[in-house]
Design a protein around this ligand. Structure first.
Ligand SMILES: *Cc1c(COP(=O)(O)O)cnc(C)c1O
Length: 352
């Protein structure tokens, strides 16, 4: 397999002279900053919010690098994974010409972002057991296929894909393979981060929105070769990660023990809820999950969804999605929240 990154990049991006921000152009020590038209007098908030944040997020990347065991040159930070997804399209897919492959049912952003960027989105449906249909993926690939999107553990099905299947794709496709590991912390399976050194076309996405409990701060990570990272850096808005996010996430990274405790609690609750739901009279099937949610097939899912809403409980209705008919996706909440949801289901059964 010959991988040629230069061939994959869009022509306009290869030739792009990136915007050079004030904070980019000046690198060094200074005491007086009159270069960025900020308000030097201050702000109604903490003093330093009057200054633009570090466009390279150097300190935050250093802290993430320590936790992940990967050099900062392998790390790109986005305003949520969603920005990473959009940037991958904008850097590598020429609108109206190139295409990508998604494997539904999966995370909806890959397709929406493709449509926003006017890029053809080809679909290789998962098999009924929610595993990848590798032969079909390979059939859909042509010379204009730039990205294969793989979400593992997958949303909304909850399962991880067979590692050999992902490796087969990595070994045979010379476009980018993006593995979205938003839920990897809840899984027994190994991340693909350690595989970056073997596959130059691999991009791994992770996020602070799930296991880290920081969805509001909007911080997503893309891990890849330094060459791929520099292309994303060239195209990103200069100040895409705000200072509050950079500071707060850096602080959160010191509390990895608390995060690991939460992960353990959520996984224990997920497994307990799995057993309870499995025996529930309304439930036809609970799908095995490597994530912080369960996909549950129920008789009359839509009706149950609407009943739960009347009780102030909102789950995700996936019942009109191919291969997920009559399925609800239930996030593992606190013990109290899950108890109240189970109580509501009990009342629904008893309803005349
Ligand atoms: C929740 C989720 C994300 C996280 O997106 P952010 O923009 O980082 O909040 C990414 N991928 C998948 C599959 C998800 O379910």
């Amino acid at each position: 397999m010959n991988f040629d990154l230069d061939r994959l990049v869009r022509d306009n991006i290869r030739e792009l002279t990136p915007y050079s921000s004030a904070r980019d152009e000046f690198k060094g020590e200074a005491k007086i900053f009159l270069d960025a038209n900020e308000n030097s007098l201050g702000s109604p908030l903490v003093k330093w919010y009057n200054r633009y944040p570090d466009p390279r997020q150097a300190e935050l990347k250093k802290a993430i690098s320590k936790v992940k065991g990967l050099a900062p040159e392998h790390i790109f930070l986005g305003n949520g994974s969603d920005e990473c997804i959009d940037l991958l399209y904008r850097c590598f897919c020429t609108p109206g010409k190139d295409n990508v492959i998604v494997c539904p049912p999966t995370y909806g952003m890959y397709e929406v972002s493709g449509h926003i960027n006017d890029v053809e989105v080809r679909k290789a449906m998962l098999q009924p057991d929610f595993q990848l249909h590798v032969a079909q993926v390979e059939q859909l690939v042509d010379e204009n296929t730039k990205i294969i999107w793989i979400c593992s553990p997958n949303n909304p099905t909850g399962n991880s894909f067979n590692r050999e299947d992902i490796e087969t794709i990595l070994n045979n496709f010379n476009g980018l393979v993006v593995i979205d590991e938003a839920y990897v912390n809840f899984s027994r399976h190994k991340s693909f981060l350690q595989e970056l050194k073997d596959y130059p076309q691999l991009v791994v996405l992770q996020t602070f929105s799930k296991a880290w409990g920081l969805a509001a701060l909007r911080l997503g990570m893309a891990f890849a070769s330094p060459d791929i990272i520099s292309i994303l850096d060239k195209v990103k808005p200069p100040y895409n990660i705000n200072k509050a996010t950079q500071d707060l996430v850096k602080e959160a990274l010191n509390d990895i023990d608390q995060v690991n405790d939460m992960i353990k609690d959520l996984v224990d609750m997920r497994n307990a809820l799995f057993s309870v739901l499995e025996k529930h009279p309304l439930v036809e099937k609970v799908y095995p999950s490597d994530a912080n949610f369960l996909l549950v097939k129920m008789k009359g899912a839509r009706k149950i969804y609407e009943y739960l809403l009347t009780r102030g409980i909102v789950v995700r209705d996936r019942s009109n999605i191919q291969l997920c008919d009559d399925c609800l996706r239930i996030t593992i909440g606190t013990e109290d929240e899950i108890t109240l949801m189970m109580r509501a289901l009990k009342e629904y059964v008893k309803k005349p």
